[in-house]
Design a protein around this ligand. Structure first.
Ligand SMILES: Cc1cc2nc3c(=O)[nH]c(=O)nc-3n(C[C@H](O)[C@H](O)[C@H](O)COP(=O)(O)OP(=O)(O)OC[C@H]3O[C@@H](n4cnc5c(N)ncnc54)[C@H](O)[C@@H]3O)c2cc1C
Length: 293
């Protein structure tokens, strides 16, 4: 399939990119790794007259240790995240999600910013990021704002980004203390988009009780990913076990609203798979927390 003609622009700074976005308005589109956008262009779903590449903006490509947090630039590739020792040591949940995202070729091109901004409900990194209490930094003309990633999504393929705004970086909480995490994904093949994926984080108190729990579910089970707060509350402040994980997983499924017409799996299958995946993710996170994280 041929794409319509477009002009390719390569700004070298964030402010230059924002100026171009403001100048060309809806005729312009940002391109990061291009793994999603180029497909959409080939299918004629989007027809930008100006493609603004973020590739030459070095300020968008970094992984930085911020003490209790890690900061990751939007243009960091999934492969860089997968291979980063800092992320493996401090945020193993993110490494785990990056490892099962697409194929090697996709991971080499795709960026964390693109994985977030395409707002696909089946994207792999967002549930892991939400389980790590991620916030995103967005920059626009004369403004910069930070918001929880959970609030960034507005629907299927919709975010709260304004036309001339850029996602600059993501900040996640580093894993500390007796914390265990787990990311599980069910897809038709291991390189496919998820039918369902789930990220779990459990922190244990010295007494052995669950001090803090996070559960985030993705994979097209709802228009945006689900943070299962009520399930988290069922675990927090209690001695936890397999039985409780099953109940928490059951509760999480009350929030699902999968499309009837999804070609990946039926709503019934997605609900059953979600129950199993969430329960297993919690059990694995718990086991890792008990082993010292
Ligand atoms: C064969 C194949 C397999 C795939 N498998 C998976 C998978 O297993 N798991 C998964 O999660 N995804 C998968 N994907 C989807 C895709 O690869 C990812 O979502 C990828 O992370 C997108 O990143 P990108 O850098 O390529 O984004 P692009 O395609 O460049 O951009 C995607 C969208 O985000 C916008 N954007 C990008 N960066 C920014 C920014 N910094 N600020 C504002 N807007 C921005 C672009 O304008 C565009 O609208 C797959 C895709 C293909 C083609």
């Amino acid at each position: 399939m041929l794409v319509d003609e477009f002009e390719y622009l390569e700004p070298e700074t964030i402010s230059e990119a924002i100026d171009l976005l403001s100048k060309f308005g809806p005729d312009a589109k940002l391109i990061a790794g291009g793994t999603d956008l180029l497909l959409d262009m080939k299918m004629g779903k989007v027809k930008p007259k100006f493609l603004i590449s973020l590739d030459k903006i070095s300020d968008l490509r970094f992984i930085a240790d911020g003490g209790e947090t890690l900061r990751i630039g939007a243009m960091t590739t999934i492969a860089e995240i997968e291979k980063s020792k800092l992320i493996k040591d401090r945020c193993p949940l993110l490494s785990e999600a990056a490892q099962v995202m697409g194929s090697v070729q996709i991971r080499n091109m795709a960026t964390i910013g693109g994985n977030i901004c395409n707002a696909l409900p089946s994207a792999d990194l967002p549930p892991a990021l939400v389980a790590l209490d991620a916030t995103v930094k967005v920059v626009g003309k004369n403004c910069e704002k930070t918001m929880p990633l959970e609030e960034f999504f507005a629907g299927v393929r919709k975010t709260k980004l304004e036309q001339s705004e850029i996602l600059k970086e993501v900040q996640v909480r580093a894993t500390q203390g007796r914390t265990g995490t787990s990311f599980l994904k069910l897809g038709k093949t291991h390189v496919d988009l998820a039918i369902v994926n789930a990220a779990a984080r459990i922190t244990l108190a010295k007494s052995g009780e669950c001090k803090e729990a996070r559960i985030a579910i993705g994979g097209g089970v709802a228009p945006t990913l689900i943070r299962a707060r009520e399930s988290e509350e069922m675990l927090e402040g209690r001695m936890i076990d397999e039985n409780l994980f099953a109940k928490a997983a059951e509760k999480a499924c009350e929030k699902l609203s999968p499309r009837e017409t999804s070609f990946r799996a039926s709503p019934w299958y997605k609900a059953e798979a979600t129950k199993a995946i969430v329960k297993r993710a919690l059990a694995k996170a718990f086991e890792r927390a008990r082993a010292g994280g």
